[in-house]
Design a protein around this ligand. Structure first.
Ligand code: NI
Ligand code: MN
Length: 227
């Protein structure tokens, strides 16, 4: 049984097993990387790292249409619950065994207000352990923090981290993050969507190859990593 990780573009990600489809930060409408409509997206679970528009994205529309359960922090789940959406609320440091695997909420150093300015709680990352024991760390929007070393102690198969700078870690700090996380493979995200987060992922990947034991994987939208 394998897990397929898909990069849709910006911070929109998929994690599919034979039985379950997860979409993380489901921003499709207006996402310049994406060439299809949010109406074509199916999901059993939607994972939302924080309430900013480029992450909350089409959560409401997709959840209403597909009846997917949203996994996020308490505040985001409350906001969604008021709109009749099925949620499973969690919070930092907590973990839960879902039918598809275990999810733990990790620290992210960022903000989390909704597009309507209401409070979205603390932003989070996700540490997902699949049913066949693969560990996947989705950092979410974050700056570099030293406790990434603790997450790295889990023994990560795949880390997905922002490299764009301005709103999150830039290339230099993201390289430090790889050293702390020590994943087998690392996928850079959250770059080139806007002018202020313009980066060359291949230059960054070359530095990762030269300075760490992790394998950088630069994905085009729609490309996958099979775990
Ligand atoms: Ni953000
Ligand atoms: Mn963002």
């Amino acid at each position: 049984m394998e897990t397929v990780f898909t990069y849709y573009g910006h911070a929109t990600l998929g994690l599919h097993t034979a039985e379950t489809k997860l979409i993380i930060d489901p921003w499709f409408s207006g996402n310049p990387w994406v060439k299809f409509s949010a109406e074509d997206v199916n999901a059993d679970y939607l994972l939302v790292t924080h309430a900013h528009g480029d992450h909350l994205g089409d959560t409401v529309a997709i959840a209403k249409r597909t009846d997917a359960t949203v996994i996020s922090n308490f505040e985001i789940c409350e906001w969604l619950g008021e709109q009749g959406i099925k949620t499973h609320s969690m919070h930092l440091g907590g973990d839960f065994q879902f039918p598809f695997g275990q999810v733990k909420l990790t620290t992210a150093m960022h903000g989390s207000s909704f597009p309507d300015k209401s409070y979205g709680g603390n932003p989070v990352g996700f540490l997902i352990t699949t049913l066949h024991g693969k560990k996947i760390y989705l950092a979410g929007d974050t700056g570099l923090f030293g406790d990434m070393a603790l997450i790295g102690r889990e023994g990560l198969d795949l880390a997905i981290i922002p490299i764009g700078g301005n709103y999150t870690m830039g290339p230099d700090d993201a390289l430090e993050a790889v050293k702390l996380l020590a994943p087998k493979q690392v996928v850079p995200i959250h770059y080139n969507t806007f002018e202020v987060i313009k980066q060359d992922p291949h230059t960054w990947a070359a530095r990762v190859s030269a300075e760490t034991n992790s394998e950088p994987v630069v994905l085009k939208p729609g490309e996958t990593v099979v775990l």
